[in-house]
Design a binder for this molecule. Structure first.
Ligand SMILES: [Zn+2]
Length: 147
């Protein structure tokens, strides 16, 4: 990917994961450029198909472009950062990300680490606490409250 395109995507995201709003500065691990429509589905490497993403969202979304809404079981497209407004589809309640719409609910499910059961909930770690999202070797320390 060319440096100018990567810079455009990073600047447009303003230092936040475009799926979960995690701040890059709080992540401790470099964000990745996500193909919203994966190359697997013939998604192109153009600004309108790219999003800055934390490693969790990018890793759990993978090449998926849809999922099953946990409330209805219906096939639903995932959140598209270029077409959808984040605050319309998602919100945080306390430290927990909540889907407000079918797209939001489906995307939360598709981008939330499968190990959330190990954390007991989808709640984000509190300030200064080491995340246990990836196990004891995880280098990530989320600090949403600070950002
Ligand atoms: Zn994220």
């Amino acid at each position: 990917m060319d440096a100018a395109l990567m810079r455009l995507v990073r600047q447009r995201a303003n230092g936040r994961c475009e799926y979960c709003r995690l701040a890059q500065a709080a992540s401790g691990v470099a964000f990745e450029i996500d193909h919203i429509i994966a190359r697997h589905h013939r998604g192109r490497t153009v600004a309108s198909n790219l999003a800055d993403s934390c490693i969790y969202c990018n890793g759990h979304k993978g090449p998926n472009i849809s999922g099953l809404d946990p409330a209805t079981g219906k096939l639903t497209p995932l959140f598209h950062p270029r077409r959808h407004k984040w605050s319309h589809h998602s919100r945080y309640e306390g430290g927990t990300r909540i889907g407000r719409t079918a797209i939001g609910r489906t995307t939360v499910g598709a981008t939330t680490p499968a190990t959330k059961a190990a954390r007991g909930s989808d709640a984000l770690p509190s300030v200064g606490r080491q995340s246990k999202c990836c196990g004891s070797t995880c280098p990530i320390s989320w600090n949403y409250a600070k950002y």
